[in-house]
Write a protein that binds this ligand. Structure first.
Ligand SMILES: *Cc1c(COP(=O)(O)O)cnc(C)c1O
Length: 340
């Protein structure tokens, strides 16, 4: 075999577990509610390249996110944008810091480009000590600090005052706020992009919009920063189908607001049901719950019954359960009851 370059030779390939299921609560995907009847295209011209700058899409996103189109760069999912930014800013060996546990992709993207990923342990209750992050970020001369808010997989919400403290304290590192789940909490710092030149906010249509299959995400920062990073944007990265579909979805912001409100109610109901069944349920600002189960090997046992959730092994075993529809949550609870 022709050898891969040294920095990636040691990596493990990422495979997604593909098993049959009845209920899928393992990937925080939303419901199919925005484009369930498909979408319309006025002029379908697959012979032409798509608009490389996603102009219409950025205009519609700007309305939802409360910024202007010049503040937005669109990506093939926010994952692509996170990868692009890490790759563009980090020389080999430079440090990227985030709390652990957090989104495992940060480490993956660091590995891919040779940056050094530094994981800072959360407290035992999975809360995140911002003073610790500020101190370590400074001490270790970190190039990028990533704060996932609300955090995946723990659900922890960093209070706005802590995020502001971080932004006020660190101005020589890039600060990425991964707000993939911010639609389900009330906290976003998009309104601060003009105040902090080193702030980049990542958003996605994969969760609250229920459009993970389209692969559309947004990087939001002040105009100067966006222009600067545009150098490394992959040309034509959003295909025409995804652009059209996402544009149409963004014409239905009322439905998104309704949906996220409903998910928050269902999250509360699911929390109570799980607590009644003696689960430890952590506070969550996302469309998922992070739990400790009284049943051993819950992940495998539910999988055998066609219900998919996620398992994490830290100091002990935890599970992350996506808040499903009322019907899906009911099936989950019934299956858990039977396991008891
Ligand atoms: C789902 C998720 C993303 C992004 O997903 P895309 O589908 O690539 O937009 C980013 N960060 C976190 C923490 C996520 O959970």
């Amino acid at each position: 075999m022709i050898k891969l370059k040294e920095s990636v030779e040691k990596l493990q390939a990422y495979f997604v577990n593909d098993v049959p299921y009845r209920v899928k609560l393992d990937a925080n995907e939303g419901s199919n509610y925005l484009l369930k009847d498909g979408f319309k295209i006025d002029s379908f011209k697959p012979n032409l390249y798509p608009d490389s700058d996603s102009k219409v899409l950025r205009e519609k996103m700007a309305r939802y996110y409360g910024c202007s189109p010049e503040n937005i760069m669109v990506g093939n999912g926010s994952s692509e944008l996170i990868n692009t930014v890490i790759n563009a800013f980090c020389e080999k060996g430079q440090k990227v810091m985030s709390f652990v546990p957090s989104f495992s992709m940060y480490q993956t993207y660091c590995d891919l480009c040779g940056a050094e990923y530094v994981g800072l342990e959360t407290e035992r209750d999975f809360s995140q000590n911002i003073d610790k992050l500020i101190a370590e970020g400074r001490k270790q001369n970190t190039k990028i600090i990533i704060l996932c808010n609300p955090n995946n997989p723990t659900g922890y919400v960093t209070p706005r005052e802590d995020v502001v403290k971080l932004l006020d304290s660190i101005n020589n590192s890039l600060i990425i706020l991964d707000e993939a789940y911010a639609d389900f909490s009330e906290i976003s710092v998009i309104d601060l992009i003009d105040k902090y030149e080193n702030l980049i906010v990542m958003r996605t249509l994969s969760k609250a919009f229920g459009l993970a299959g389209l692969r559309v995400g947004a990087m939001i920062a002040n105009e100067k920063t966006v222009k600067y990073i545009w150098k490394v944007k992959i040309p034509y990265n959003i295909n025409i189908l995804s652009q059209h579909a996402a544009e149409q979805a963004l014409d239905n912001i009322d439905k998104v607001k309704e949906y996220t409100k409903r998910v928050k109610e269902l999250r509360q109901e699911l929390r109570e049901s799980l607590k009644e069944l003696n689960f430890k349920v952590y506070p969550s600002g996302g469309n998922f719950l992070f739990v400790k189960s009284p049943i051993e090997n819950l992940f495998e046992k539910l999988m055998a019954r066609g219900v998919l959730i996620r398992e994490f092994k830290f100091d002990t075993v935890y599970n992350r359960i996506t808040v499903g529809t009322e019907e899906e949550n009911k099936i989950l609870i019934e299956e858990i009851r039977e396991l008891m």
